[in-house]
Design a protein around this ligand. Structure first.
Ligand code: UD1
Ligand code: UDP
Length: 384
């Protein structure tokens, strides 16, 4: 019997679970060719940030759980690298598959690279060109180390080539986040709207967790002031990320909200299917999330990104996303303007079609699988 390709799939944080789910499902369709292993570093561990999302995605229990928890960047990265390296020594896989740009992505890419284990990076090449953003450092380093670079948009190809990565390593496969989203749209239900007194088309959804927005008390307070103002016009639902929840308390910002009426509704992070339902029926989304800029683009819901840059320029080109920065007056102005005059023409980026995962797994098998014969259309390879 031919040897199966052992693929070690790495996840650590909420967006990783959403990206890996369709890739894992695709691997499991080929039990004769692939032995998939799921490793969860434990970077995210709250029920609502991890187990709940696993459940919504029908992800199996991880085969390996590293339980690293929170810490400074160096602490967290090192705490992933040490047991991860040990695992690689004991049970070397044929390929390590990492997704996104979180500390777990970087840590596992560095450890695998030093052991000469091939790496595939899904969602390669995105750049904000802002190295004050920890994720940008994770992206640049991971992409230098990865042998297979699967990109979601054409700007990423240019970025990788400009950084000296060989064209033969780059494949335009599409967006696995959208693979998950398409499945979730079919499964999601509207209960979450009823539970929060939300009428379809008449509310805004907010998420915030970027360190640059919520770790600085002035910036964070300014954004909250803007949200309170917007909530005078439209009901606002705000599932609060744990980093943000901690800083609400640390900076004493709850009063800004509690003193106002309750049209700004704060809640714990919601499950993935519930969040998809919230986005789908929203009038407007305000966020600093990477994934939500993409999901809103696919669902054609206007998104205001509370940042000065984005690593996902295709969402702006397609007409759904607008960078509004963090100035409270600008946030309020653009929000009211978008409520009044939403964009009318929003297009869908190339290859955001629900088939990114089969393209990626096909390509990996073609390259590393023994005797695998391809029967499907592959990712667009970048030649030259
Ligand atoms: C991380 C990623 C970010 C990603 C985000 C997705 C890095 C550098 N950042 O940011 O790119 O967009 O995940 O949500 O990898 N905490 C809990 N419970 C949890 C997880 C976190 O209470 O389950 C708290 C801890 O106080 C922790 C803080 O949140 O210190 C930040 O968590 P961390 O994983 O370091 O970064 P995120 O802000 O979640
Ligand atoms: N999400 C969720 N529940 C929430 C908020 C977001 O399931 O309460 C999902 C959202 O649909 C998207 C992903 O989490 O798929 C985005 O993750 P996050 O914003 O934490 O990270 P980023 O994409 O910025 O790295």
């Amino acid at each position: 019997m031919a040897k199966k390709l052992r693929i070690l799939n790495v996840v650590g944080a909420r967006p990783n679970f959403i990206k890996i789910a369709p890739l894992l499902r695709e691997q499991k369709k080929l039990p004769g060719e692939i032995e998939p292993i799921l490793l969860h570093t434990g970077q995210h561990y709250d029920y609502q940030m991890s187990q709940r999302i696993f459940g919504d995605l029908e992800l199996p229990e991880p085969d390996i759980y590293l339980d690293v928890g929170s810490g400074s960047h160096a602490e967290q990265t090192a705490r992933v690298m040490i047991p991860f390296e040990k695992y690689l020594v004991e049970k070397p896989p044929d390929l390590v598959l990492v997704v996104g740009d979180v500390n777990s992505t970087l840590a596992c890419a560095v450890a695998a690279s030093k052991m000469q284990i091939p790496i595939a990076h899904v969602e390669a090449g995105l750049r904000s060109f802002d190295r004050t953003m920890p994720e940008e450092i994770n992206r640049v380093v991971t992409d230098q180390l990865a042998d297979n670079l699967f990109v979601t948009e054409s700007a990423a190809i240019t970025n990788l080539i400009n950084e000296g990565r060989p064209k033969r390593a780059i494949s335009f496969a599409g967006n696995v986040m959208i693979d998950s989203l398409i499945t979730a749209i079919e499964k999601s239900r509207e209960d979450v709207l009823d539970q929060n007194n939300l009428t379809p088309g008449e509310y805004a959804v907010v998420t915030l967790h970027r360190a640059s927005n919520v770790d600085d008390s002035g910036t964070f307070a300014g954004i909250i002031t803007a949200l309170v103002k917007i909530s005078e016009e439209i009901r606002v639902i705000f599932p609060v990320h744990p980093r943000t929840r901690n800083n609400f308390k640390k900076f004493g910002l709850q009063q800004l909200i509690e003193s106002k009426d309750s049209n700004l509704v704060l809640c714990d992070p919601v499950g993935y299917l519930d969040f998809v339902a919230l986005q789908r029926d929203a009038r407007l989304i305000l966020t600093d999330s990477g994934g939500i800029q993409e999901e809103s683009c696919y669902m054609k819901i206007p998104c205001l990104t509370l940042r000065h840059n984005t690593e996902r320029p295709v969402t702006i080109e397609c007409g759904s996303n607008r960078l509004v920065g963090t100035d409270p007056d600008m946030i309020v102005r653009y929000a009211l303007e978008t409520i009044e005059n939403p964009p009318t023409q929003i297009s869908t980026p190339k290859y955001w079609d629900g088939k990114a995962s089969p393209r990626i797994i096909e390509e990996i098998l073609g390259k590393y699988g023994i005797g695998f014969v391809s029967h499907r259309a592959s990712a667009q390879h970048i030649h030259g």
